[in-house]
Design a protein around this ligand. Sequence first.
Ligand SMILES: [Zn+2]
Length: 616
Amino acid sequence: MNKEIDNIINKYIENHKHKIDQKFIQNSKNSYQIKRNEECTCGSGEKYKKCCGKVIPDKDYEYYLTQLSPFICNENFLNNLEKEVLTKFYDIAKEAEQNFPANYLILEIAGNIAYELNYFEEAAAYMQKHYNIVENNISEDSLFTLIHSLLRLKRTKKAEKLVTKVIKDNNSLALLMIMTEIKFTLGKVHEGYKYGMRYYEKSGKDIYFLNRLIRLFIQNKLYKKAFPLLKKNYFEFETLGMNSENIKYIINNLVDAVFLIDNSEDLNDNDYFECIKKISEVINYINPDKSLKKKKISKLRQIIPEDYDISFFLVRLFYVLKNYEWIAENEKILMDITEEEETINNAVLDANFELKNYNYLVKKLNKEFEINILNSTDYVNTYNQFRYYLYSLYEVKDKEHTKNLLSFLNNVSKKDTLQDILSVLTYENYYKGFEILEYLYNIDDVNFFDEKEMLEAQLAVINMNFAYLDNNEMDKETKLKINRKINEYKKIDCDSFIYHYTNWLLNRIDNKKYELDLEQVINKKCYHSKSVELKFLVILKLSDPQIIIKNPPENDLTDQEDRQFFKLIAEGKEGDISKIQEVFDKFPDHEKYIENILDKILNEYEIEEVYNRVLY
Ligand SMILES: [Zn+2]
């Protein structure tokens, strides 16, 4: 394998090295020479002669340039290389840099390769040194490699400093655009606005950019800047086509939500335009940065269409604009002027949940929750409040109120408490739900929960995402915790283990070692037909089909027909392809189902054979 890569690399070098001549080599060696007593460009603070100037190269400069010649002669060379090849070239570039640490060209090549390999730390370091040497002569490509590396490393301030420096001499569109985004990222929205507008003017009013810009304005709550621009260009956005990125699409959604329009097609563009005007009038009048004053209400009454509840209108407006702060901040006045208390109350709770104001939610809901739940007729509201409260209790670890909640739930829902809890956990990511159940179980000192049921519930939450166990991004500690739970789970006898675990096994694409032994699955008794099926599929795919052929597992399958069905498939899997034909003939109504099963248990060669010989 390594030899193969060496061959590929040598071929690339052979193909390119003749394109760089002696003159180029000497020129690039002598360009940007640093004086011995100057500060070293590597950033050490030492004099050059005492730092990088001291390095004595192992091999000569010409050697390294030849090795890196494909990158010099072909600027697109980087883009289509396989990772192994690129990594090998990266090793060469690193070695070259160690020998010629103050050579602008080698630094540039090393930086570009590092970036392509997603080594942003290294890319930033190499490119920074390159920039220290060539300064304003840096190519736009390399400059952007440096800027993007810094941004990927979340060194936004450093990127800002760099762009501030180069933008004086070069205010290209690309730089203005990246500066706009940098400023917004840093929360400097007004500076971001200025750069954005500079871009927009300079680009000759590029509608694509304006689209992006207005989205940035709205995200950063600069409504007063966004809406006038939007109104002015509303019809032009049509040319962009409608998709979720299109500002017109976003605004149409806003109008739909605020004016409760079910069918947008009933309104023409001009009607929409009127709605937008109304919305921007409202936003202009109330100033979204400040709390709403009571004296403003009567004027709002004149702007907002008569049959609309003002609070309702405003809450929907700011909800779609994701300005949860405004909703949370104006709770009191919104509640005072509304006739739809329950809805507004829930919107305020939801806004606070979005803002992660867990302490607020616990404080508010520990007084209201039980009453609200018992009185509410709205299932969605009930469900949401339950969710906010449970999550908030978990986040602030308020054990007393958690216990109260559990005993309340136990009184109302009798035995279904755990199921109720489980139903609100499905939204969350795999691990949070697991942690919340763990938290509840540890708090439970009066045995609300049955141990076995709790284990099942925890695994159900994880199992929905069993594949996360294969996810390299999950930290080790979490993986360990989950594996420990799975081991506990192995001990108890239940179908859901088979169900989730086998599903996971079947969907794994690689042949990694399985953390749990297959025996465990094979020997477990199953009750539900779905678990039985999955168990069989695991045996067929990962274990020995003979198990099914020799000992038709009477315990698991009571249905004679099912047993015959799987026996035929097992024989097919063992190589007797006529049996696969027989399955299709005997179960003509199940064609899709059989194909599905075959897809799961056969490898690609077997599938090809089946498709050639049976499914033509
Ligand atoms: Zn140095």
